[in-house]
Design a binder for this molecule. Structure first.
Ligand code: CU
Length: 169
């Protein structure tokens, strides 16, 4: 009920001088230091994405909306049983304009680097490592300039189903 850190008089002064008073009041004495969890800047954007993958070829997230220049966290967790050499998954965010089919063809030949083709590094904005059942990874990167970007799982044969669109605004 009471504000833990401000006396009633101090609170009144604050109300008189601060244009933020209504939002402070809205917060009451409860938690929520403002902004809410995982929120981003521009409307409808997010800064944290939790990918869950399993023994099927599927992403749980096929659309991402981010604020250009924001710090983005992508985690990927493989909740299935199959090892990564049979049902590996990753998250590979590609530069705008990348020919996904051509990229995927190069990726197939890059087994030694877990299907991240070194020759195509300029086309990759960010990527996680390849995960199999029970494994996970997390990366942080800067959201690219405003535009539309595709992301795929570069494990052989997966990209045609495991792909999504990141929109940066
Ligand atoms: Cu995959």
């Amino acid at each position: 009920m009471t504000f833990p850190r401000l006396s009633r008089r101090a609170m009144t002064r604050l109300l008189l001088v601060s244009p933020l008073s209504s939002s402070l009041l809205g917060c009451g004495g409860e938690s929520e230091g403002g902004g809410g969890g995982g929120g981003g800047g521009a409307a409808g954007t997010e800064s944290s994405f939790a990918f869950e993958v399993g023994d099927a070829m599927a992403y749980n997230i096929t659309e991402m909306r981010v604020s250009a220049g924001a710090e983005i966290t992508v985690s990927i967790q493989h909740t299935g049983q199959m090892p990564k050499n049979a049902m590996g998954h990753n998250f590979v965010l590609l530069q705008s304009g990348t020919n996904v089919e051509a990229f995927a063809a190069k990726a197939v030949a890059a087994a030694d680097s877990e299907y991240i083709p070194a020759s195509e590094s300029a086309a990759i904005i960010a990527h996680t490592k390849l995960v199999g059942g029970g494994e996970s990874d997390e990366i942080t990167f800067t959201a690219p300039p405003a535009g539309t970007y595709e992301y795929i799982c570069s494990y052989p044969g997966h990209y045609s189903i495991m792909r999504g669109t990141l929109t940066s605004v």
